[in-house]
Design a protein around this ligand. Structure first.
Ligand code: GDP
Length: 420
């Protein structure tokens, strides 16, 4: 069975991301004939008769969507090979798009980080790698591109890969798979390159097909309730996607934060009832007794409920033109729940190039800070490092309704009394 890998590409402007992605789609056999004919036509027109294909044109659709700007809009593209199904986002290189990159990274299992062989590691490389690590991406493929412009020199390659591995180790990135490539010509993209015999490893496509996809899904049963289904007077079900663990008919569960206990009477899906459901499945749970629950509540394993708290230490990536000012009230969306929140303190901001912690009174666009946050009610949560769904949140401005930050819970500062 083909497994799924969701990944992002990142790098500075002009490093060759669009070209590499286009070439990859082409070499993986994912460009239909009519699109290939259009590519041939457009390449010739754009480059005045030059017969070479401009693979960057294949990802223009993604470019157009990203130019919409303000909204956080990551354009995902699906493709597959016999071995795997892929979902990829091309993350823009400009600093102002850090927010898009962060959004992409929050859903990705792997990142392809591009470096121009002539330029080596740039501040942007460090920034993107830091954000990937912060957002929980644990697998990085370091593609050292434009090797043709660096004389296919193994020493140039080694002088980039060595320092990058050091950086990645500092950031806690579990695995770095490095390779030298030439994006337009396809060296080490879909097939191994004869021009760099000193590189003995797999090509990009082989790497993507074999890279570890799963970070272990959260082990404890959690279902954030999306909506309550009251199909008729006799039916009441709690609909949502299982975000962790597994649940079976008859299991004892607890609805949080109210902590009402019940047993699972039915697990309903569009295709009929199930005996059990696991991580990633969208289901409707019917319980054996009435509980007072709604959107935003979390159904958890009774023996292993989520902690509940109303104050957190968390990382924030600030994504708005207007800076974060502590003590202003925002809406906080965590899982399926929305509550009122205030940032009560900016403990420090992080210099993403050096990881140094700096004193700060406010957070500007694209800055990363470590903050204390205070909610107007207790919520069930997990640490982001353990669970992206119940540990990751966004802050929304009340007036503009724009997403102004994404946040990662580090730990609870004050847990709710009497509950866990
Ligand atoms: P992006 O901004 O990162 O998406 O970069 P593009 O894919 O648009 O590439 C920027 C420029 O670099 C284009 O003119 C590409 O043709 C060129 N380019 C990309 N990869 C290579 C490479 O490996 N070798 C050479 N010589 N040029 C490349």
């Amino acid at each position: 069975m083909a497994s799924l890998l969701r990944f992002i590409t990142c790098g500075s402007v002009d490093d060759g991301k669009s070209t590499l992605l286009g070439r990859l789609l082409h070499d993986a056999g994912c460009v239909p004939d009519d699109q290939l004919a259009a590519l041939r036509r457009d390449s010739r027109r754009l480059h005045e008769g030059d017969a070479a294909l401009d693979f960057a044109l294949l990802t223009d659709g993604l470019d157009a969507e990203r130019e919409q700007g303000i909204t956080i809009d990551v354009a995902w593209r699906h493709f597959h090979t016999p071995r795997r199904h892929f979902i990829v986002a091309d993350c823009p290189g400009h600093e102002q798009y850090t927010r898009n990159m962060a959004t992409g990274a929050s859903q990705a299992q792997a990142a392809v980080v591009l470096v121009d062989a002539r330029k080596g590691l740039l501040p942007q490389t460090r920034r993107h790698s830091y954000i990937c690590a912060l957002m929980g991406v644990r697998q990085v493929i370091l593609a050292v591109n434009k090797m043709d412009l660096a004389g296919f020199d193994a020493d140039v390659y080694a002088s980039i890969v060595g320092p990058y591995r050091e950086l990645a180790a500092k950031l806690g990135i579990a695995a770095v798979h490095a390779l030298p490539v030439v994006a337009p010509a396809g060296d080490n993209v879909g097939a191994r390159s004869a021009r760099m015999p000193w590189y003995g490893g797999p090509c990009l496509l082989e790497l993507l097909e074999s890279v570890e996809a799963e970070w272990a899904p959260p082990a404890r049963f959690r279902l954030p309730v999306q909506w309550v289904n009251r199909a008729d007077a006799d039916f009441r079900g709690y609909a949502g996607t299982v975000s962790g663990g597994r649940v079976a008919r008859g299991d004892e569960v607890v609805v949080q934060p109210g902590m009402q206990r019940a047993r699972v009477a039915r697990i309903v899906t569009a295709d009929g009832d199930l005996a059990a459901a696991a991580h990633g499945q969208a289901v409707t749970l019917c319980l054996d007794r009435e509980v007072d629950a709604g959107r935003g509540d979390v159904v958890s394993a009774a023996a292993q409920p989520a902690p509940v708290a109303d104050q957190f230490g968390c990382h924030l990536i600030w994504m708005d033109e207007a800076p974060l000012l502590p003590s202003r009230s925002y809406l906080l969306r965590l899982g399926t729940r929305t509550v009122n929140a205030r940032v009560t303190a900016i403990k420090h901001k992080v210099d993403v190039n050096t990881q140094a912690e700096l004193a700060a009174r406010r957070l500007e666009l694209n800055e990363v800070g470590y903050c204390n946050i205070d909610l107007d009610q207790p919520v069930p949560f997990e640490r982001y490092a353990d669970d992206r769904t119940l540990g990751g949140f966004v802050l929304v401005d009340r007036q503009s309704n724009a997403t102004v930050a994404c946040g990662m819970i580090d730990f609870a500062l004050r847990r709710a009394a009497n509950i866990h």
